[in-house]
Design a protein around this ligand. Structure first.
Ligand code: GL4
Length: 808
C-alpha cells in the first residue's frame, strides 16, 4: 500500500533536505527539535498531497461531506499514528536509524494537544480517524485554543493547575489559512432594510473579530483518504495598535483591542460535563459555529452554486453535544438573511442537514443561557431562535390533557433562559445517545416528551474507540503477538480480533499474553519511577481507574476500598490480600471542590500506605499526575483490572472501559453505560459486576429514604471506620483532614451510593483478585476480552452514523 516513499533511500534523501532547508544547518549540527520538526513537516506535506487527491475524488464522485462540529478535539500525538496509518512506520524508523536518529526519541518532542477535557473530546478525535479510514469525506470543525486543558501537578497531595503552553514551539502539523478567515460580529442591533423589494434584516454596529482557520491533516489507515480538522482562532479584524496610548506609556491599553479579540480562543474551559455559564464561552461557541457554517456553505456554493435545496443531499452537519447548538439558527440566519430563502424552505433544509448527539444526562451539563445575555451578544440570532420557538409553540399539539407540561419541558425559551438541548433536538432530524442504557434513559426520562412527539428521531450509537491508536500503537508487544497469530487484517477490520478466540485454550499462547502484559507493566513502572519517584512492583496486580474526577464516577468508592483493605490487613495480619498496585489518574475541574478533595484523599492515603512497611509489600497506591492522551497510551496496556464503577445510570457510555477491555483488562464495574455492552459481548463470567442497577438507583432515590447514618452505625468495623478516618487524622499528615468529604457524604445522604455499594464492591474485588493466582485462567479471560472487543472499534460506530444518520 505504500506509495508515500519509493524506498528507504528516497525517504532519507527527502528527510535530510527537509531538515537542512528548515533549520539552515548541516544535518550533523541540528538539534532533536529541528529533526522532529522537519520529520513532521515532511509527513504533513506528503499527507496533504493525498488530501488533494481525496478532495478531487470527493468532487468527482459528488460524495456527501460530513462536518463534525465539536468544541473539543482531544487528538493526542499524531506522528506515530500517521506513520502507522500510512504504512511507513518501519521504513521511517530504519531510515532514521541510518542517520543516527531514534524515532521513539524524536516522537517525545511532539506536543500532546489538550484541546479537550476527556471522553467527549477524545471521541471526536477517534471519529476523525475512523471517518478517514472508512473513506468518508468527514471534517472536524472546532476551536484552536492557545492554552489547552491545564497541566496538573500534585503538591502536598493536592491538584495544582498550570497553563498548558502547547504552542510555545509551534505546531508543525497545522497550516494557517488567512485566506479562509471569516468575520464574526458580536453585539450591535438589528435593522430592517429592503433588498430586491423584500424586507431583510441585518445587524449593525457590531464589534467584529476575525476567525482564522488552521487546518490539521487527518490521515486514514490505508493511506487512501486524508481529511482535515479545521480549528478556529480569534484575532482582531485589523491591526489597531493604539499609538497614542503607547506614547502615553499606556502599553496594555495600546494593545487592548488585540487582547480582547484573542481572549475568545485563549483557553479551553476545564469543565467536563459541568457548568460553563460565562459570556466568553458563549462567544467561543458562536465563533466556531458561525465560522464553520460559513466555510461549509462556501464549499457547497463552489460546487453546487446556490441550489440550497440540495444542501441536505451533499452535506451533513453533526453537532457534538449542545456546544454547537447554534448551528441550527445560524444556518437559518444565513439562508434567510443572506441567501434570501423563505422561512419554511430554510427550515426544511436546516432540519434535514443537522443531527445531534447527547453525551450526558447531568442537568448541570445541559446548557442554558440567560436570554438577556444571549440577545445582547447575538441580537439577530436571538430573533431567529425566538421565531423557531414561536413556531414550535404555535404548532404544538394541544390534544393531550398534559400538553402544557409537555410544552414546558420541550420549550426552547423558558424562565428567562435559552435551553440549548431543546434547541438542538428541535433543529435536528436525528438525536442519539452514546450507549444502549443512555439512549433508553434519554427516551424514558431526560427527553421523554420529545420522544413521545418524534420517536423516529431517536436512535442509539454506542461509542467506540480507535483500536489502531489504543491497541496497535499503544501496545506494540500485544499487537505483535496478535498479528503473528491472526495476521494484520484486524488493523483494517477490528472484527477480526474475534479470531483470537481460537487461542483461548492454547497454554503457550496464553503465557505470551501474560508476558506482553508484564512487559507493559514494566514500561509503566519505569514511567512511574521517573515521574513520581515511586517504586511499583510489576508482579503485583495493576488495578486501574483513569478518567476525569467526578462524584458519580466514584473514585471515592475505590479509595474507600483501599482504606478498608489497609485497615483489615493491620487488624488481622492473616487477612490475605493479593499484592496489588492501585493506580489512579485524572484531572478535576479547577472549580470542583469535591473532586479535588478526592484527589487529595487518594494522595494522602498513598502517602500513608506506601510508607507503611507493614503493608507496602502487598499494596501500593499510585496517583499518576497529568493524565493525557500520551500517558494514557502507557497506562491502558499495563492494566489488569479496569475500574468502571460509576453510579448506575450516570455514565452515559464511558470509553476508557473499551480501551482497557481491548488491552485485556477485566472490567470490575457496575451495570452502567457501555459496561452493559461489554458484558453482553464478553459474557458476565469474564467481567466482575457488582452493585445497584439503574432501576434500583431510581427506586432508592424516589423513596427519599435517609440511610447514610444507619449504614454507618451498622458497620463500625469496616465502613464506619473508613468514614471515621476521613476526620480522625489517620490520613491528615500530608495536608490535613477531609471534613468536606465527610460532610458531603453524610449530610448529602450518600448521594452517589458509595456507602450502599461499598460491601458488594469490596467483595467483588476480593473475589476477582483471588482468582489472579491462576495465571492461565486469568490470561484466558484477558484474551477473551480482547477477542470480544472488536465491536468497540470506532470504525463500527462511524459506519452506523454513516448509514443511519448521515446517509453519506
Ligand atoms: C461524556 C460522558 O460523560 C461519557 O460517559 C461518554 O463516554 C463521553 C463520550 O460520549 O461523553 N459526556 C461528557 S459531557 N463528557 C464525557 O466524557
Amino acid at each position: 500500500m505504500n506509495t508515500v516513499f519509493e524506498s528507504k533511500e528516497e525517504f532519507i534523501k527527502l528527510y535530510e533536505s527537509s531538515v537542512m532547508s528548515l533549520s539552515g544547518k548541516p544535518f550533523e549540527d541540528t538539534s532533536d527539535i529541528d529533526r522532529f520538526d522537519a520529520l513532521v513537516k515532511l509527513i504533513a506535506s506528503k499527507s496533504r498531497a493525498i488530501q488533494t487527491e481525496t478532495e478531487e475524488r470527493v468532487k468527482e464522485t459528488g460524495q456527501k461531506r460530513v462536518y463534525y462540529f465539536s468544541i473539543e478535539f482531544l487528538i493526542g500525538r499524531l506522528l506515530d499514528n500517521y506513520l502507522l496509518n500510512l504504512g511507513i512506520r518501519d521504513l521511517v524508523k530504519d531510515g532514521l536509524a541510518e542517520l543516527g536518529c531514534d524515532l521513539d526519541a524524536l516522537e517525545e518532542y511532539e506536543p500532546d494537544p489538550a484541546l479537550g477535557n476527556g471522553g467527549l473530546g477524545r471521541l471526536a478525535a477517534c471519529f476523525l480517524d475512523s471517518m478517514a479510514h472508512e473513506g468518508i469525506a468527514g471534517y472536524g470543525n472546532g476551536m484552536r485554543y492557545r492554552y489547552g486543558l491545564f497541566k496538573q501537578e500534585i503538591v502536598n497531595g493536592a491538584q495544582h493547575e498550570t497553563t498548558d503552553e502547547w504552542l510555545s514551539h509551534g505546531y508543525p502539523w497545522e497550516v494557517r489559512r488567512p485566506d479562509k478567515a471569516v468575520r464574526i460580529g458580536f453585539g450591535g442591533h438589528v435593522e430592517q432594510y429592503e433588498r430586491d423589494g423584500r424586507m431583510c434584516f441585518r445587524t449593525v454596529d457590531t464589534e467584529d473579530v476575525l476567525a482564522v482557520p488552521y487546518d490539521i491533516p487527518v490521515v486514514g489507515y490505508g493511506g487512501k483518504t486524508v481529511n482535515k480538522l479545521r480549528v478556529w482562532s480569534a484575532e482582531p479584524v485589523e491591526e489597531v495598535f493604539d499609538l497614542e496610548a503607547f506614547n502615553r506609556g499606556d502599553y496594555a491599553d495600546a494593545d487592548r483591542h488585540r487582547a480582547e479579540a484573542e481572549a475568545i480562543s485563549a483557553i479551553l474551559y476545564p469543565n467536563d460535563a459541568g457548568e460553563h455559564g460565562r459570556l466568553l464561552r458563549l462567544k467561543q461557541e458562536y465563533l466556531f459555529v458561525s465560522a464553520g457554517i460559513s466555510s461549509v456553505l462556501d464549499t457547497f456554493r463552489s460546487e453546487h452554486g446556490s441550489n440550497w435545496q440540495l444542501l441536505p443531499e451533499y452535506v451533513a452537519i453533526h453537532t457534538n453535544d449542545t456546544h454547537p447548538a447554534m448551528c441550527g439558527p445560524e444556518l437559518m440566519r444565513v439562508l434567510i438573511d443572506e441567501e434570501g430563502l423563505e422561512w419554511d424552505e430554510a427550515w426544511d433544509i436546516t432540519t434535514r442537514t443537522i443531527s445531534y448527539t447527547n453525551h450526558t444526562i447531568l442537568p448541570e451539563a445541559l446548557e442554558k443561557w440567560p436570554i438577556s445575555t444571549f440577545s445582547k451578544l447575538l441580537p439577530r440570532l436571538y430573533q431567529v431562535i425566538d421565531e423557531i420557538s414561536r413556531r414550535y409553540r404555535d404548532s404544538f399539539d394541544r390534544s393531550a390533557s398534559d400538553w402544557q407540561d409537555r410544552l414546558r419541558a420541550t420549550a426552547i425559551l423558558w424562565d428567562g433562559e435559552v435551553r440549548m438541548a431543546n434547541l438542538s433536538v428541535i433543529c435536528s432530524h436525528s438525536v442519539n445517545g452514546v450507549a444502549k442504557l443512555h439512549t433508553d434513559i434519554l427516551e424514558r426520562e431526560t427527553l421523554k416528551d420529545f420522544y413521545a412527539l418524534t420517536p423516529q428521531k431517536f436512535n442509539n450509537k454506542t461509542n467506540g474507540i480507535s483500536h489502531r491508536r489504543f491497541l496497535a500503537e499503544a501496545n506494540p508487544a500485544y499487537a505483535k503477538l496478535i498479528s503473528d497469530a491472526i495476521g494484520t487484517g484486524w488493523l483494517d477490520n477490528a472484527d477480526e480480533l474475534a479470531k483470537l478466540a481460537e487461542f483461548e485454550n492454547d497454554p503457550a499462547f496464553l503465557e505470551q499474553v501474560g508476558a506482553a502484559k508484564h512487559a507493559n507493566k514494566v514500561r509503566l513502572a519505569n514511567y512511574v519511577k521517573r515521574e513520581c519517584g515511586l517504586d511499583i512492583d510489576p508482579n503485583s496486580i495493576f488495578d486501574v481507574q483513569v478518567k476525569r474526577f467526578h462524584a458519580y464516577k466514584r473514585q471515592l468508592l475505590n479509595i474507600f476500598k483501599v482504606m478498608d483493605i489497609y485497615n483489615r490487613r493491620l487488624t488481622d495480619p492473616n487477612f490475605r490480600v493479593a499484592p496489588t498496585t492501585f493506580i489512579f489518574s485524572g484531572k478535576a475541574a479547577s472549580s470542583y471542590a469535591f473532586a479535588k478533595e478526592t484527589i487529595r484523599l487518594i494522595n494522602s492515603v498513598a502517602d500513608v500506605i506506601n510508607n507503611d512497611s507493614r503493608v507496602n509489600n502487598v499494596m501500593k497506591v499510585c496517583f499518576i499526575p497529568n493524565f493525557r492522551v500520551s500517558n494514557a497510551q502507557l497506562i491502558y496496556p499495563a492494566a489488569e483490572i479496569s475500574e468502571q464503577i460509576s453510579t448506575a445510570g450516570m455514565e452515559a457510555s464511558g470509553t476508557s472501559n473499551m480501551k482497557l477491555m481491548m488491552n485485556g483488562a477485566i472490567t470490575l464495574g457496575t451495570m452502567d453505560g457501555a459496561n452493559i455492552e461489554i458484558v453482553n459481548l464478553a459474557g458476565r463470567e469474564n467481567e466482575k459486576i457488582f452493585g445497584l442497577t439503574a432501576p434500583e438507583v431510581d427506586e432508592l432515590r424516589a423513596s427519599g429514604m435517609h440511610f447514610a447514618w444507619d449504614m454507618y452505625n451498622a458497620d463500625p468495623e469496616r465502613l464506619g471506620r473508613v468514614i471515621d478516618e476521613l476526620t480522625d487524622n489517620t490520613f491528615a499528615a500530608l495536608s490535613g483532614d477531609f471534613g468536606s468529604i465527610h460532610n458531603e457524604l453524610m449530610s448529602g445522604n450518600d448521594h452517589d451510593f458509595v456507602m450502599k455499594d461499598f460491601n458488594s464492591y469490596v467483595q467483588a474485588w476480593e473475589e476477582l483478585t483471588a482468582s489472579y493466582s491462576d495465571h492461565a485462567a486469568w490470561n484466558k479471560m484477558a484474551l477473551h476480552n480482547t477477542a470480544s472487543s472488536g465491536w468497540f472499534s470506532s470504525d463500527r460506530t462511524i459506519r452506523e452514523y454513516r448509514d443511519e444518520i448521515w446517509g453519506a
